[in-house]
Ligand binder design. Structure first.
Ligand code: KG4
Ligand code: ZN
Length: 319
């Protein structure tokens, strides 16, 4: 729930079910969405202390994402908007990770156009040139896995539950980032490749376990710190290339992986080191959340950008 850039409530239902399977099972995700959507909307209204009749529009995620889950949100939002007789607004998930920076937050200034956004999540890794709220151009992206997958798949090799990214981050804090070396794949200057990283982590761990079956347990902090260091350095290399190419040094990060302490620190350091202006979202606006969808909803509402009632969910969306 949002009112003039200020978040009134931001309810997120955590889906525990995926931990048992070591990853997101699409069918289970959509069933959990179905179970959660009514209670979550009720709770959001309750926390914002308003009645649904006071709402001026309904914003929903049209894509990209898992089709089953998107269908639940799309159908529910359409019905609710129709029932209340208010406009419906479709939101692009990746645009929302970027525009979350415009949520009014104490002590934080919104980015100034044009800026570069590094969107790093479980499904995406992109560098986007943002010239205006809805004028965005993807100038670099992953050619295979997303960075969140690199974290989660490496974590799985180490025996961590899903999603393992936050756990790698946690153990990395106590480890030596230079203990082990992992390769940084060579692709185009603004592009990324992460599929090789999990393979090199796997081969490395298998080789060491042959020599010492307790290798993971004895070196978990150093392994995590080294994986995180490689990923963060790789992301920063690409950002530096993008700044050089575009001449834009106003930088914002978004998406689940922007919660990572390594990338947050690297960006803060970049302010002093390279003179960039960097924008790092509050933790609750990093991983998928309702507030960022509401923010885009409000921007579109003010611009009169509404969805038709026959709008359909889209698993792969491009802006
Ligand atoms: O944006 P998001 O919540 O969902 C998608 O749209 O994919 O991103 C989820 C991803 C997961 O891969 C998760 O492991 C990763 O964000 N993540 C992290 C951290 N917190 C979340 N990765 C590394 N360090 C973290 N602290
Ligand atoms: Zn996301």
């Amino acid at each position: 729930m949002i009112n003039n850039g200020k978040i009134q409530s931001n309810v997120v239902a955590i889906q525990q079910i995926h931990q048992q399977y070591g990853g997101v099972v699409p069918e289970l995700a959509s069933r959990a969405h179905q179970q959660n959507i009514v209670p979550v909307v009720h709770q959001a209204l309750h926390m914002a202390n308003i009645d649904k009749k006071q709402l001026s529009a309904i914003a929903f995620t049209r894509g990209p994402g898992l089709m089953g889950s998107l269908l639940v949100g799309t159908s529910f939002s359409k019905s609710l908007a129709l029932g209340l007789g208010i406009p419906l607004i479709d939101v692009d998930h990746m645009q929302a990770h970027i525009l979350a920076h415009f949520i009014k937050t104490e002590g934080k200034e919104s980015p100034k156009f044009p800026f570069l956004a590094l969107t790093i999540s479980g499904g995406h890794t992109q560098i986007v040139k943002v010239s205006d709220y809805f004028e965005m151009e993807v100038i670099g992206q992953t050619i295979d896995d997303a960075v969140g997958e690199a974290f989660d798949k490496s974590a799985k090799i180490l025996g961590f539950p899903y999603p393992g990214g936050p756990l790698i981050d946690k153990y990395a804090q106590e480890g030596n980032p230079k203990a082990f070396k992992f390769p940084k794949p060579k692709v185009g200057p603004l592009d990324f490749s992460f599929s090789g990283l999990k393979t090199s982590v796997l081969y490395f761990v298998e080789k060491e376990m042959d020599k010492n079956p307790d290798f993971i347990a004895e070196n978990v902090a150093d392994i995590c710190a080294s994986i995180q260091f490689t990923i963060v350095e790789y992301l920063m290399d690409k950002l530096k290339n993008a700044v050089k190419k575009t001449g834009i040094s106003e930088i914002a990060i978004g998406g689940g992986v922007s919660a990572n302490s390594g990338i947050r620190k690297a960006l803060m350091d970049a302010q002093k080191k390279y003179g960039w202006t960097t924008h790092i979202p509050k933790f609750e606006y990093c991983t998928d959340n309702a507030a960022m969808i509401a923010m885009v909803g409000e921007l579109k509402y003010k611009a009169g950008m509404f969805a038709e009632n026959n709008v359909v969910a889209s698993a792969r969306m491009k802006f």
